[in-house]
Design a protein around this ligand. Structure first.
Ligand code: NAD
Length: 495
């Protein structure tokens, strides 16, 4: 990878920002575009179709037709498997192009687009492809006079609305189970990162997915996103994004056809460190690595660290030594660990939180400044606040940038109460060498995923989603099929 000149490759890219509807690239019906800006240097990469209600309508009707005539939904599961496996292979085959698009579009280091985003996307599609001809339906234990079949049927047209922090991976978490189950999909990528979604649609077509089964309409949330979520021919919305917009998804469903809404929303995850843990250095390194990965723009970033008073000074010292190792650098440089924030708005939001932390009395222990301003891009130093109280704005609100808050506690009860005192409940972590305490606290933490003595494990085989205002659905694992299938009971009389 080191031998690739990514900057030269970026300069040679020919970008096509048109929508993908009914198996073809098309301009927006009104002919409008918006500029897709690279966070690396603030330059416009390409004009992208500004999809609006009429474009969404065309995409949904194309998806509806494809679903209703059964060109995909009625294929044998083994046939759908083959097409999706091929799709996954094509994603891997285009890994350098996709990784470059992802990095240019949303700012993450090329090293991670290539080693994490592309392979995870392909693995997700391949995993659901593999699963679909191995899941069985049920027969109920009824009296002998009748037979009751409990079957799963594809839901119909799925609207997928995704964010910009992991554009391909988030799309694949919807596409994998929805397509494998036989649905048609209209994907609305974030206006901040539409490029890889459009390429994925072309690769799916090349793999043999029939026209109209997978459509992509780029555009703004309040235009294309709203039109998709309100559309009466959409059967379910798979949404990943902020809690603020997740609320709107529920309203749109209420105002339209009561479509199913599966929300995967924000987080403010707690990382609780007890003094009985035997490797505090590893705990500190892990929190820094997990917090600063993807520039802190991860829904599950461990942004609130609860540390016992007796070890807090040493812990903060180690974290502040670790933090500067994630030095902001050129995302196209293969050695860079910390890339650019997605745009100028996000940069200003993050800097605003850093100011808020200082004015509320938290102690800035590392970072806190904008970086690489000469580049024209949007970079912030990895930042650590000590002496944070759980009531401060930086501890309550999702920052979505490289900002870590350290909060001290005295007792286990106090730590659990503060960790759970949040509107969010996406992930949490407990660090203790005492097996009783580790289990007790893991059980008490109100989050969709709890890690014990680590934070990095992740796999397509396990569900991902949140408690409380972090959402309701679960992406990944076989449980994701629940979102994109309807459960049907068929009674058969036996004479
Ligand atoms: P966002 O809510 O602003 O946007 C998400 C998507 O919704 C985008 O495609 C956007 O265009 C669209 N949208 C915005 N307003 C809309 C509206 N009124 N109607 C319809 N669609 C609309 O979120 P974001 O800034 O793109 O992403 C960051 C958020 O995503 C964070 O809160 C993060 O925690 C969350 N996230 C959650 C998970 C998870 O699995 N729980 C994963 C990744 C990101």
């Amino acid at each position: 990878m080191n031998s690739i000149d990514w900057t030269a490759r970026a300069a040679a890219l020919q970008l096509d920002g048109r929508a993908f509807i009914g198996g073809q690239r098309v301009a927006a019906l009104a002919g409008e575009t918006f500029g897709c800006v690279s966070p690396l240097d603030g330059r416009t990469l390409a004009p992208v179709a500004r999809g609006q209600a009429a474009d969404i309508d065309a995409a949904v009707l194309s998806a509806r037709r494809a679903f209703d005539d059964g060109r995909w939904a009625r294929k044998a599961p083994a046939q759908r498997k083959k097409v999706l496996q091929r799709f996954a292979e094509l994603i891997l085959g285009a890994k350098e192009e996709l990784a470059l698009l992802e990095t240019l579009d949303m700012g993450k280091p090329i090293k991670y687009s290539l080693s994490v985003d592309v392979p995870s996307t392909a693995r997700c599609i391949a995993w659901y492809a593999e699963a679909v001809d191995k899941v069985y339906d049920e027969i109920a234990p009824t009296p002998h006079s009748a037979l009751a079949l409990i079957t799963r049927e594809p839901m119909g047209v799925i609207g997928a609305i995704v964010p910009w922090n992991y554009p391909m991976i988030m799309a694949s978490w919807k596409l994998g189970p929805a397509l494998a189950a036989g649905n048609s999909v209209v994907l609305k990528p974030s206006e901040k990162s539409p490029l890889t979604a459009l390429r994925l649609a072309e690769l799916a077509l090349q793999a043999g997915l029939p026209d109209g089964v997978f459509n992509v309409v780029p555009g703004y949330g309040h235009e294309a996103g709203e039109a998709l979520a309100l559309h009466p021919q959409v059967d379910a919305i798979g949404f990943t994004g902020s809690t603020r917009v997740g609320r709107k998804m529920l309203e749109y469903a209420g105002r339209s056809n009561l479509k199913r809404v599966y929300n995967e929303l924000g987080g403010k995850s707690a990382f609780v460190v007890f003094p009985d843990f035997d490797d505090l250095q590893r705990a500190a390194q892990t929190v820094a690595g997990s917090m600063f990965f993807n520039q802190g723009e991860s829904c599950n970033a461990p942004s609130r660290v609860f540390v016992h008073d007796s070890i807090a000074d040493d812990f903060v010292k180690t974290v502040t030594v670790e933090a500067p190792k994630y030095r902001p650098g050129d995302p196209l440089d293969a050695g860079t660990e910390l890339g650019a924030l997605v745009d100028d708005t996000q940069l200003r939001t993050v800097m605003g939180y850093i100011d808020a932390g200082q004015s509320e009395g938290a102690r800035l222990a590392a970072g806190g400044r904008q970086a690489r301003q000469d580049s024209g891009g949007y970079f912030v130093e990895p930042t650590v606040f000590d002496g944070v109280s759980n009531t401060m704005k930086i501890a309550r609100e999702e920052i979505f940038g490289p900002v870590l808050s350290v909060i001290r506690f005295k007792t286990e009860e106090e730590a659990v109460a503060m960790a759970n005192d949040s509107a969010y409940g996406l992930q949490a972590s407990v660090w203790s060498s005492n097996i009783n305490r580790a289990h007790r606290v893991a059980r008490a933490l109100r989050a969709g995923t709890v890690h014990v003595n680590q934070y990095d494990e992740d796999d397509i085989t396990v569900p991902f989603g949140g408690f409380k205002q972090s959402g309701n659905g679960r992406d990944k694992s076989l449980h994701a099929f629940d979102k994109y299938t309807e459960l049907k009971t068929t009674w058969i009389r036996l004479d």
